[in-house]
Ligand binder design. Structure first.
Ligand code: ZN
Ligand code: FE
Length: 254
């Protein structure tokens, strides 16, 4: 069995510890906040053995060196961005598979937010850590990639099983939902999700993880074939990649 412990940190990040008790292995998914990660390790009485980085941004890899110095953990990260991942020991990329304890981990290159962004899927556990590639009701900003790159990255996630639990790196769902509702006000799944998100946030609960099925039904960045959305963005007959690109532009200006 694999355990995932999540905790909010910084302004709106989530920290994650992934623990395989049989193997006594614990990985931090990214290193947004060293004190928060150390508190979580102490609380769970887990020893950090690995860091799995999704991308180089400081709210994801900024704590690498300090945690490595304190624990001697091994750092796994995107080979395409190895020079920007502090302390990286093992470079991985698209199609690679490794084991975290007894659990298979598959790596997917998802350029777009950054050129070297990767995501991690644990196929036998039905969970994935998607960093800043996909958010609930949103997707990462295109800092270093094109819309076409990001769309092809997202299509890799769309090929996963619908029940896959997606652990995103930020709690952005409510703001994303405000934008989504301007594009698909008639989408009943979105309307229901927005109500649920409102209640969760009002009660101080996270809206993460989400599922791929839920995102397929509600996330405008995964819905460039929705007739309502295509009309809303003014591209009723455009191919998905163009609708996606326009949706991203509109969100940037929202
Ligand atoms: Zn980022
Ligand atoms: Fe981030």
């Amino acid at each position: 069995m694999i355990q995932v412990h999540m905790f909010p940190c910084l302004k709106d990040n989530y920290g994650y510890l992934v623990h395989d008790a049989e193997a006594n292995v614990t990985a931090a998914i990214d290193t947004p906040d060293v004190p928060a990660i150390r508190r979580a390790l102490e609380e769970k009485e887990w020893r950090l053995t690995h860091i799995l980085n999704t991308h180089h941004h400081s709210d994801h890899a900024g704590g690498n060196l300090e945690l490595k110095a304190q624990t001697g953990c091994q750092i796994i990260g995107p080979g395409a961005d190895a020079e920007r991942i502090p302390g990286i020991d093992i470079s991985v990329g698209d199609g690679d598979e490794f084991r975290l304890g007894h659990h298979r981990v598959q790596v997917f290159d998802t350029p777009g937010h950054t050129r070297g962004h990767i995501v991690y899927l644990l196929p036998d556990d039905g969970i994935a850590f998607v960093g800043d590639t996909l958010f609930s009701l949103g997707c990462g900003r295109l800092f270093e990639g094109t819309a076409a790159q990001m769309w092809s990255s997202l299509q890799k996630l769309l090929a996963w099983p619908d029940a896959t639990l997606l652990y995103c790196a930020h709690e952005y769902t409510q703001a994303n939902g405000q934008f989504a509702s301007t594009l698909e006000p008639q989408n009943p799944d979105l309307v229901a999700r927005l109500a649920e998100v409102h209640d969760s946030r009002a009660a101080g609960r996270p809206t993460v993880p989400t599922t791929l099925a839920q995102e397929k039904a509600t996330n405008p960045f995964l819905r460039p074939t929705s007739a309502e959305l295509k009309i809303s963005v003014g591209l009723p007959d455009a191919p998905p990649v163009e609708v996606f690109a326009r949706t991203r532009e509109l969100k940037d200006a929202f």
